[in-house]
Design a protein around this ligand. Structure first.
Ligand code: SF4
Ligand SMILES: [Zn+2]
Length: 368
């Protein structure tokens, strides 16, 4: 059976379980409880600044509900899986936005970025209607300190008129659209991640973004470190190759997401059967070194899940230290000497894993 079919079955089962579980609960979770927001120091294009993150609930990523979605993604289980009215969406946004504005005085910062996550595509009007998109952008435009507004979208929703319509509301800010490229290897993307994005559609979306001269609209690529069904060594190579490809195509910034195993996904199902392991943290260090050396666009390596049972791992002695060195590297956009020369006794195991996983063509680590 093809990966897409197995993935679809796993997703359908998972959605059914979520709905049944929710139906059994007496006290239904209010819509607002699906939203979240937080803020912290973060790397902007030109400097270290302050970033406000907002997660808005939607009816759910259409790609996941209709096709089974991506084999590592569990966002659908964080979605209310129901239609949400425009008024409700605006109210939910206002609550989260005001929460952040109450916490911090934006005017005290020179450089603020907003990262707006909708667990799907912000530019898909079935997920976020135009009116709501515009309302949110108008709120952001009230603050000159906000320099960057970042949303996410699949390529099929990226067209010139939507880009101009939204960019014209925030004319003096960088408007960035993050696209889940995941890898430059089309076979991996289509047949192992089930992303539904061809190289051609990605390239077209980036070229549309770069073709709008009158506003500062930029494309970011999200890259997945270690999809299912590829070896650790191949995963490192694909991650490195993907950076050069994205830059060549016209992407202005990269964000690597090393895999963490989320429940209800095909990745989870393989992991439980012993047929998948998340990447070593050493692999992410290798990627950082190569990409910082060879690809001169900003790049960050997400460290969420590092050192956890389901996330990227090394050993208990070095997980936390390496995580903090990688966060430092994200902020400074450099590799410190400490990170460059860092070593630990577990490094030899990683090297052996790389060699054997390649010889045996296995997606797990031989010690397992
Ligand atoms: S990664 Fe994005 S496109 Fe894929 S299923 Fe998740 S939300 Fe949808
Ligand atoms: Zn170690």
């Amino acid at each position: 059976m093809k990966v897409q079919e197995i993935n679809r079955q796993i997703r359908e089962k998972s959605i059914e379980n979520i709905i049944n579980k929710r139906d059994r609960k007496k006290n239904k979770k209010p819509l607002q409880a699906y939203a979240a927001s937080w803020a912290n120091e973060d790397r902007l294009y030109d400097c270290v600044g302050y970033t406000i993150f907002i997660v808005l609930p939607t009816s759910g990523c259409e790609w996941a509900t209709k096709s089974g979605g991506c084999t590592m993604c569990s966002y659908i289980s964080d979605s209310p899986l129901m239609d949400i009215s425009e008024n409700d969406l605006v109210e939910i946004f206002n609550n989260e936005w005001n929460k952040q504005l109450d916490k911090v005085d934006i005017s005290a910062y020179d450089n603020v970025a907003i990262k707006l996550f909708v667990s799907g595509s912000f530019l898909n009007v079935n997920e976020i209607p135009e009116k709501v998109q515009e309302y949110i952008f108008k709120e952001f435009n009230k603050y000159d300190q906000i320099k960057e507004v970042i949303v996410e979208s699949k390529p099929e929703y990226i067209d010139e008129s939507s880009l101009k319509r939204l960019a014209s509301i925030i004319p003096n800010k960088i408007f960035e659209i993050g696209i889940g490229l995941e890898t430059s290897n089309e076979d991996t993307r289509l047949n192992k991640i089930n992303k539904g994005i061809t190289n051609k559609s990605f390239e077209k979306a980036v070229s549309t973004i770069n073709s709008v001269d009158e506003y500062d609209i930029r494309a970011k690529a999200y890259l997945l470190v270690k999809p299912i069904l590829i070896s650790e060594k191949q995963a490192i190579q694909e991650a490195i190759d993907s950076a050069s490809y994205a830059k060549e195509v016209g992407v202005k910034r990269l964000a690597y997401c090393p895999a963490t195993v989320h429940g209800g996904t095909m990745m989870d199902s393989l992991w439980k059967k012993g047929s998948y392991n998340p990447p070593w943290i050493w692999s992410t260090v290798e990627i950082i070194k190569e990409v910082r050396k060879n690809v001169d666009i900003p790049m960050i390596m997400d460290t969420a899940g590092f050192g956890t049972r389901r996330g990227p791992f090394n050993c208990k002695k070095c997980n936390a230290k390496l995580k903090s060195l990688i966060i430092k590297s994200n902020l400074e956009q450099e590799i410190s000497e400490e990170l460059e020369n860092f070593t630990c006794e577990c490094k030899e195991k990683w090297e052996a894993d790389l060699e054997f996983s390649d010889i045996l063509n296995t997606t797990t680590n031989p010690k397992n």
